[in-house]
Design a protein around this ligand. Sequence first.
Ligand code: PLP
Length: 389
Amino acid sequence: MFYELAAPSWGTEEIEAMQRVIASGRFTMGEQVAAFEREFAAYFGMKHGVMVNSGSSANLVAVASLFYKKDRPLERGDEVIVPAISWATTYHPLQQYGLKLRFVDVELDTLNIDVAKLEQALTPKTRAIVAVSILGNPAALDVMRAFADAHGLYFIEDNCESMDAELNGKKAGTFGDLNTFSFFFSHHISTMEGGMILTDDLELAHLCRSMRAHGWTRDLPPDTPLYERRSSDHFEAYRFILPGYNVRPLELEGAVGREQLKKLPAMTAQRRKNLVLFQELFAGDERFIIQRENGVSSAFSFTVILNPARNPDREKVFAALKGADIGFRIITGGCFLRHDVLKHYDYDTVGAIENAYLAHDLGFFVGNHPHDLTPQITRLREVLDRACR
Ligand SMILES: Cc1ncc(COP(=O)(O)O)c(C=O)c1O
């Protein structure tokens, strides 16, 4: 394809790292995963990293951990404020744990939650906010953090799409009590499948560690605040304290993650160079609404919303993109309110939801890669210009 949605970011280093793991014969979670957790947390200046087998699992374990905190645990029926656009597994764990979702519209330009509506979203039952920075562009994480603190809410950052983005000199994925990341193919770094939770809270980190692996105690240090050790090692080796999962990552994924992390700054820099070109070519053209950066985007991809004021024909645009061999897709998971699965949810909406529907119905994204895309982005501009005349 002339312009792919996603491109591989591995070199020989990742293959060699996998070969070293294969030669070691240790495939289940071990030293490589532990080292990657430490290095990843250090890169973001956070205290604890807990790796899991996907970003979705990171969200699941993060939400679950809040139900088992000693003080002020979440309870079924509590409410959580969420943006109307995100990926399905931002929301599913909230449904699975019996929370009620309150959907807030997004801004049409940033594609992130409209924080002007937070006050309206708040009820006496609100206990948490889930923030999502869409496709590399930081949401108003500072505003949401302050709002959460002012109202005693938990703040979860689903940062699966915006690794290495920054707001006010602070990385996205470090504002939350719990912050989640994805290492799926096409994301900023890839471990095939994989995810991470970052937190500065020791209790939450230990809850996540236990939740990740059967709800057992084996991966916790002896001085953990979660439980009192008994004298019998025989019992302690298989001691279950939480209704957990098995969402452990593989040692291969940890080893690859370490190599990918070393390359992250250079890959982000290249993604941003591509973004600058995209912005130069599209900014100011009123036919296209492109993502307005809030802070410093890590440019997962490039979004285009056809300006509703011009009565656009998206099918014609899609046909032109197909004809030009340019990959495109829905923005993240689109407006979640459009999806059938919602019939299984307890939810309501905060005021009118308009922009998320517009983004769903008139938007799409094309890929960004950690290498130079000048010919691809230039061609994209020509194709869209012609299709929208
Ligand atoms: C915002 C968001 N959250 C969660 C996920 C899930 O990550 P994974 O595919 O690693 O399960 C994604 C996936 O792209 C995502 O975009």
